[in-house]
Design a protein around this ligand. Structure first.
Ligand SMILES: *Cc1c(COP(=O)(O)O)cnc(C)c1O
Length: 376
């Protein structure tokens, strides 16, 4: 592979020593789950995102699922969600017995189209899950004002968007801090990645925070005494220690990715007349560019071409979830969400990571140029 989609080994070269000594400390401490490192990580991420509470859990998926459960959402309830997202955003809704109600996305941001939410609200609607896809904020101002109007909960899926900012009430705030809860994932490929699974719930709501603390650990409120029926969704100390090392670098890494994106955009705009589109950053957001996604009408051919030339790419996501076989029982059909369907045919994510070199970007864009000039 000449340029991989993501190079976690390059990151490890930078933080490896610090991580090894953090791991050694945990191993010597004899405390392996929900200990001081997880507690400090929760405090540090709460401070970083400017929320009162952060609760570590076993994955981003669990963060979403336990959030819904903590709000009493379940059987017979409806949850509004975009169809153009990772499967777990929708999976958690069906797993708790509620029904996902899909709303199409915006062409420019790939995020839920806030203008289309109101018409889908029914008596059964309990919550909206906006997804900050690729790291671009959804239109939180509109979404939260609708939620207030109809008394709905807002659960932000910020799994791809740690560090992303969104203009809200005139100030830029971190996404994940704006809804009733925000959900983070520490899956290794996310901008803050563990060496395993992990996730976190952010909230300013004391009651939800308290409930989440019980839900993630069997509902224990004493020695074999329980206040509710809980789950096993704990974050472990090794991941906590590793994430604390990496958190210190997060803003630098985001800035480095933003610089790469600047270079990519400059080099790729010249192909716009050939139907290649660079990602847009709306003025209300500061994108973390955890994922860099272009659009092409020749996406499949372009992907194949780049693969053959040793350039890693990925399609997030090849099928919008209303067309997913396992959800056919929901009754949606082709054509229901044309913007999402079109995006799933056109998107292609290119290599992006802090250590990506200028030469790598040149190589990628030159190959794209060769493809564009030959195929069009
Ligand atoms: C990664 C991701 C999740 C799930 O996170 P896990 O930690 O893998 O469970 C949920 N939603 C989106 C949009 C994601 O990208």
């Amino acid at each position: 592979m000449r340029v991989p989609l993501l190079d976690l080994k390059a990151q490890h070269k930078i933080v490896g020593k610090e991580i090894s000594s953090a791991i050694e400390e945990v191993l010597e401490s004899g405390c392996y789950i929900l200990g001081p490192n997880v507690k400090r990580l929760e405090e540090e991420i709460a401070a970083y995102c400017r929320v009162k509470y952060a609760i570590g859990v076993a994955s981003g998926t669990d963060a979403l699922k336990l959030s819904l459960i903590s709000m009493g959402i379940g059987k017979g309830d409806e949850v509004i969600v975009p169809p153009f997202t990772f499967i777990s955003t929708v999976g958690v809704i069906t797993q708790i017995g509620a029904s996902p109600v899909f709303i199409d996305i915006e062409e420019e941001t790939f995020n839920i189209d806030a203008e289309k939410i109101e018409e889908a609200i029914t008596e059964k609607t309990k919550a909206i899950i906006p997804v900050h896809l690729y790291g671009h904020a959804a239109q939180m101002e509109k979404i939260i004002s609708l939620a207030k109007k109809y008394n709905l909960k807002v659960i932000e899926d910020a799994a791809q968007a740690l560090g992303t900012e969104c203009l809200f009430s005139g100030v830029f705030s971190k996404v994940g801090s704006l809804g009733d809860v925000g959900c983070l994932s520490f899956y290794p490929t996310k901008v803050l990645g563990a060496c395993g699974d992990g996730g976190m719930v952010l909230t300013n709501n004391e009651e939800i925070a308290e409930k989440m603390g019980f839900l993630r650990a069997h509902g224990l409120d004493g020695d074999y005494s329980y206040c509710l029926s809980g789950y096993n969704s704990r974050l472990d100390e090794l991941q906590g220690a590793i994430l604390r090392v990496k958190l210190k670098y997060l803003d630098d890494w985001t800035n480095m990715r933003r610089q790469k994106v600047h270079v990519y955009n400059e080099l790729l705009t010249s192909f716009s007349s050939s139907g290649l589109k660079i990602p847009q950053e709306a003025s209300y957001t500061r994108h973390n560019y955890g994922v860099y996604t272009i659009r092409s009408l020749q996406r499949d051919h372009l992907k194949e071409y780049l693969t053959r030339r040793g350039i890693g790419t990925k399609v997030y996501y090849p099928l919008p979830l209303h067309l997913e076989e396992i959800y056919k029982g929901l009754g949606y059909k082709k054509g229901d969400f044309p913007v999402a369907e079109k995006a799933s045919r056109e998107v292609l994510s290119l290599p992006i990571y802090p250590e990506l070199s200028q030469d790598d970007i040149k190589l990628v864009t030159e190959e794209i140029g060769k493809f564009v000039n030959s195929e069009w």
